[in-house]
Design a protein around this ligand. Structure first.
Ligand code: HEC
Length: 166
């Protein structure tokens, strides 16, 4: 009889222990899942997750038209030493952004002439040329007599596009 009781309580103990272990295992399993979910939510970007809302990251570089691209090279070689590339801040020379409006009252060829030889246009008494000179003298803009009409047009296109993309 005594032996039987002993056997029975041992068995009880075993079932209780098994139940406890299985409870613990279940709790542990749930905990691990929760931890994995939390971790994934916070750190998924470290693993190059594709879950970025499908957005393509765009670079800030403006796309230039082919004409403006040609103008950019000409500008770099002939004008950038004095005129700021952002087209909105002054440097040795004034910011060029919006310049076509400032010359709109005059024939297009006046602007060509100015860029090829500004001093000649100042000497000829051109109103816009004199206005500029009075503000910026004694800094003389380097003549670019080698530039063809289409070169100057390309530069003007570049100035406008660059200014618009600011
Ligand atoms: C050595 C410096 C220098 C270089 C190089 C230069 N410029 Fe200038 N630019 C000036 C200065 C200074 C003025 C202001 C007028 C003056 O002092 O003659 C000016 C004025 C101008 C203006 C008048 C802007 C307005 O608001 O009306 C234009 C247009 C211009 N430059 C275009 C150019 C272009 C295009 C080139 C290249 C092909 C160029 N410049 C190269 C110094 C320079």
């Amino acid at each position: 009889m005594k032996k039987y009781i002993e056997e029975e309580s041992k068995e009880n103990l075993n079932t209780e222990m098994l139940a406890a272990i299985s409870k613990l295992t279940r709790a542990g399993f749930l905990l691990v899942i929760v931890l994995i979910l939390l971790f994934w939510q916070n750190y998924s970007h470290f693993f190059g997750s594709k879950n970025d809302g499908g957005q393509v990251v765009q670079t800030a570089l403006p796309m230039l038209s082919p004409a403006a691209q040609k103008g950019k090279d000409l500008f770099k070689n002939n004008c950038a030493s004095c005129h700021n590339r952002d087209m909105q801040s002054n440097l040795t020379g004034p910011a060029l952004g919006g310049l076509q409006e400032r010359w709109a009252a005059y024939p297009r060829t006046d602007l060509y002439q100015w860029i090829r030889n500004s001093q000649a246009l100042i000497d000829a008494g051109h109103p816009r040329a004199q206005e500029l000179w009075n503000k910026w003298k004694p800094v003389i803009m380097t003549p670019s007599s080698n530039l063809k009409d289409e070169d100057i047009e390309a530069i003007l296109t570049y100035v406008e596009e660059q200014y618009a993309a600011r």
